[in-house]
Design a protein. Structure first.
Lengths: 294, 283
């Protein structure tokens, strides 16, 4: 865990040092004089040894001394509101896709090999192959351009978050549906379910009281992991809908040559992804006693 | 089992799997379109005609025209060429990198294995296309950097697959026999280890083609990949996004081509996985 976090910070840090050529010259832009370039080099400590630069970089983030190249404001001040926007989008998205995914998965497991099952499996095939930004464009064409029901981009009221959240969550709902179906089918074949059925319990009761409860652990795990993916994978959705999130900020910063914003933005996204995965692991150990001793 | 029969079993199983057949058909069509683009495209994809800008589908332009009056059908056809060539190169490089790293890690084990696997964990800690974005952010946009970014972002999967198959056969008797008759490490790897890992590598390569094509168009959509005016589905969709209100047809066709291609590779990869997986042999 610690080595992964350390590694993520090193890779994010090294973005500026993988630039072919002189980073100071690129930050200074075209037509900069030699003095300008030298000033930038010493301002950002680019003349120091790499290891020292790395520690200055990490220390700068923690003490809020590290500033955006473009706006000169502390970088975390720039990033935190955008990160919250991304989190907001991911939360709404995981909520919608959990509802769609779980209900579709239950339905197709209970009515296995019916048209409903085939539909659910077809839906999940589409979900994993659908380019997310094309889905966004299609939804804009349908719901904004033709129907005029929802805005095509920007941030504002509830109506602004629906299309991006659905777009971001489609693949996730497909994956949750698959997992729910597989997990339900496994439990449906257990002896105690057969016993419950043999006792004459209502099918509905068997499904919700015995099957779903026992099938829930892998489903919740996959939802947790997917939440991490939504945080990290929101870049394209944010760009399609002009959602002011962290992913889009990173892309804009690439064009602005604000390498500090790129480094820190990418690091925060990757670290939150790692942390979510860690939390899922901990949660898993908490609810499944078999894993506690491992 | 002799080689011929295992190949014929594979072919037989694929021909029984409807999804795999559809996938294979789409993949073959896309590859043919990519190779023959200059002959089958009805118009020049780069020829501008500002008088017929943003036209809807018609007989003359079946998919309509874009803001510069270029023929969208021809651009979609040439887009296949761009996507397939870049992703193919990137996946081949990723396979080579992954095979070398995975074989070294699995075969020698120990500290080398530990270091390589930790490094892969770190690369895989970057979700979705973020690692590719990070690489392009440093190297700059453009085709060759795109290939590097996708290769680096894809190779951990190959390394893992390779390492896993090396570990399963490492202690088998025929490897021991080869060592006993004095074959060198390199010759053992090339003659016995690599051929045994080919099946999972081929499956992974097919699935990674889908991811690579998605990544290319995703990065190009963000302006970090293939640069206009070159025909590429993601680049064209980024332009379509701007004119969506007045020309929604622009947003349909490049995306449809992209979606079908990705689905084709996914279906074919899944089918190959079922057909080549020895555990599923009795199905």
């Amino acid at each position: 865990m610690i080595p992964v976090i350390l590694g993520v910070s090193i890779i994010s840090f090294s973005i500026m040092h993988m630039i072919p050529g002189d980073p100071a010259r690129i930050i200074a832009g075209e037509g900069a004089t030699k003095q300008d370039i030298e000033a930038i080099r010493s301002k950002y400590g680019l003349d120091r040894p790499l290891i020292e630069q790395y520690f200055r970089f990490m220390k700068g983030i923690l003490t809020n001394d590290l500033r955006s190249i473009k706006t000169e404001r502390p970088i975390l001040k720039e990033i935190s509101p955008r990160f919250l926007n991304t989190v907001q989008l991911a939360v709404v998205s995981i909520f919608i896709s959990s509802i769609i995914g779980i209900s579709l998965g239950i339905a197709s497991a209970v009515r296995r090999n019916t048209w409903l099952d085939s539909f659910a499996m077809f839906f999940s095939l589409i979900g994993v192959s659908m380019p997310i930004f094309w889905l966004g464009i299609l939804l804009i064409i349908i719901f904004s351009v033709f129907l005029g029901w929802l805005p095509s981009g920007g941030k504002g009221g509830v109506e602004h978050i629906i299309l991006p959240a659905v777009t971001l969550g489609l693949a996730t709902s497909a994956i949750i549906a698959r997992m729910t179906r597989a997990s339900m089918l496994e439990v449906l074949n257990q002896d105690y379910v057969r016993t419950a059925k043999a006792f004459g319990l209502a099918k509905r009761k068997v499904v919700y009281k015995y099957v779903l409860r026992n099938a829930l652990i892998p489903i919740i795990t996959v939802i947790g992991l997917q939440f991490g993916y939504l945080l990290g994978g929101a870049v394209l959705t944010e760009s399609v809908f002009g959602w002011p999130g962290l992913g889009r900020y990173v892309v804009d910063s690439i064009f602005n040559r604000d390498y500090i914003a790129v480094q820190v933005g990418i690091m925060i996204i990757a670290m939150s992804f790692v942390l979510v995965n860690l939390l899922v692991d901990i949660f898993y150990a908490l609810i499944d006693p078999r894993l506690r001793r491992g | 089992m002799p080689k011929k029969s295992s190949l014929s079993i594979t072919v037989k199983r694929i021909s029984k799997n409807k999804g795999a057949l559809v996938g294979m058909f789409i993949v073959i069509v896309i590859i043919i379109v990519a190779i023959t683009a200059p002959f089958i495209a009805p118009k020049d994809p780069y020829k501008q005609d500002l008088l017929s800008s943003l036209e809807g589908p018609s007989l003359n332009h079946p998919f309509g025209t874009d803001i510069f009056g270029r023929d969208v059908l021809s651009r979609v056809i040439y887009g296949a060429r761009t996507s397939v060539s870049i992703s193919f190169l990137a996946v081949v490089i990723a396979i080579l990198m992954g095979m070398i790293a995975g074989t070294l890690a699995g075969y020698f084990g120990g500290v080398l294995d530990e270091i390589l696997m930790r490094f892969l964990d770190i690369l895989m800690a970057f979700p979705d296309i973020l690692l590719a974005i990070a690489i392009v952010a440093a190297l700059g946009p453009g085709k060759s950097n795109l290939i590097i970014a996708i290769a680096v972002y894809s190779f951990p999967q190959f390394a893992r697959v390779m390492r896993a198959s090396v570990l399963t056969i490492k202690n088998s008797e025929y490897i021991e026999a080869a060592k006993a008759i004095g074959e060198s490490h390199i010759s053992i790897m090339i003659r016995y280890v690599v051929p045994n890992a080919l099946a999972p590598i081929i499956v992974q390569a097919t699935l990674r083609m889908a991811t690579a094509i998605l990544t290319i168009s995703g990065l190009s959509f963000l302006g970090l990949g293939v640069k206009p005016p070159e025909a590429e589905w993601g680049t064209d969709l980024a332009m379509a996004r701007v004119y969506l209100e007045i020309a929604p047809h622009l947003g349909i066709f490049p995306g449809l081509a992209l979606f079908l291609t990705v689905m084709g590779f996914n279906l074919f990869g899944d089918g190959l996985n079922d057909a080549l997986n020895p555990r599923l042999k009795d199905r």
